[in-house]
Design a protein around this ligand. Structure first.
Ligand code: ADP
Length: 278
């Protein structure tokens, strides 16, 4: 962007010269484009379940008398499922927009055992219903990490939820946490967290794209249950913790997502993390 400003002489009231300012607005333009793309994707995603719900209600309303009880029940069940999908979508979009608009999160010392156990309690029943073994493998005396409890809870919920969704009966889902020490002084610097499953796996070609908003691997049974936003939320939160989510996966064998969190220390440098988040 080039801005031209006339420089006026206040005494003589005439133009003394022209000031030329050149600003690089590539990032601004890119952000605006990403925002419009996001809004258009959200609108598209919202329209589909809304259209389905409306069609089912209209059919029941207009042709209800001609439908059998079984047909009516099927229609209602589908409309109910679509409403659930709409709710999930709205919740995920709100979570993502909250994450993006809130620049300051108060980070503190987090004992990871607590959010991990909370998530295991939440998903225990679901895992049992599906015949999947849920495993907890946490190093004893794990040091606290620098983080945000609710945000980390959401990361665990999304990753464990996905692992259970894409694993067949008889499979395993494991949550592991252990400290990584530097080789010289053996000081604990990071805690590595892994969420592994023995599920259907992710093809190499899809592995990078799965973190994109609304991306879902096609032709999968559970595609309709998802919003395609879960992993973008995970990526955003882990990046706020100054880390990266990575994965190893093999089709038909399983997937493991992992990331490292900084071990908490009384150190002003860590305090900065709370306020300098972008
Ligand atoms: P969704 O709401 O669809 O689960 P996500 O962003 O969480 O959205 O995940 C994107 C896609 O990545 C999923 O639709 C699925 O195809 C794939 N995926 C995510 N986690 C796993 C996993 N543990 N095993 C296999 N595929 C997965």
């Amino acid at each position: 962007r080039i801005l031209l400003n006339a420089v006026v002489d206040p005494v003589r009231d005439n133009v003394k010269g022209i000031a030329v300012t050149v600003q690089d607005i590539t990032r601004e333009v890119e952000l605006n484009e990403a925002k419009s793309q996001f809004i258009s994707n959200v609108s598209h995603e919202l329209r589909t379940p809304l259209f389905n719900i409306k069609s089912f209600i209209e059919t029941l309303y207009e042709y209800g008398d001609e439908l059998s009880e079984t047909q009516k029940l099927e229609f209602l069940e589908t409309a109910n499922r679509e409403t659930d999908r709409l709710t999930r979508l709205v919740n995920d979009v709100l979570d993502l927009s909250r994450l993006e608009s809130c620049k300051i999160y108060q980070f503190e010392a987090i004992d990871l055992v607590q959010p991990i156990e909370q998530i295991l309690r939440t998903y225990q029943l679901n895992a049992k219903d599906k015949g999947i073994e849920l495993i907890k493998d946490i190093e004893p005396d794990l040091p606290p990490v620098f983080g945000h409890y609710d945000l980390l809870l959401q990361v665990f919920a999304n990753l464990v939820g996905n692992a259970l969704k894409f694993t067949e009966a008889g499979g395993k889902v494991a949550l592991r946490a252990y400290s990584l020490r530097s080789s010289e002084d053996q000081v604990q610097q990071f805690v590595r967290v892994e969420i592994g499953d023995t599920g259907i796996g992710i093809d190499g070609a899809d592995q990078e794209a799965i973190f994109d908003r609304f991306f879902r691997v096609e032709n999968r049974v559970h595609t309709l249950e998802g919003t395609g936003l879960g992993l973008s939320i995970v990526k955003n939160i882990i990046e706020r913790h100054r880390s990266h989510v990575r994965l190893v996966s093999e089709v038909g064998c399983g997937t493991t997502f992992w990331f490292d969190l900084v071990v908490f220390q009384e150190n002003p440098e860590f305090e900065e993390m709370s306020v300098t988040l972008d």
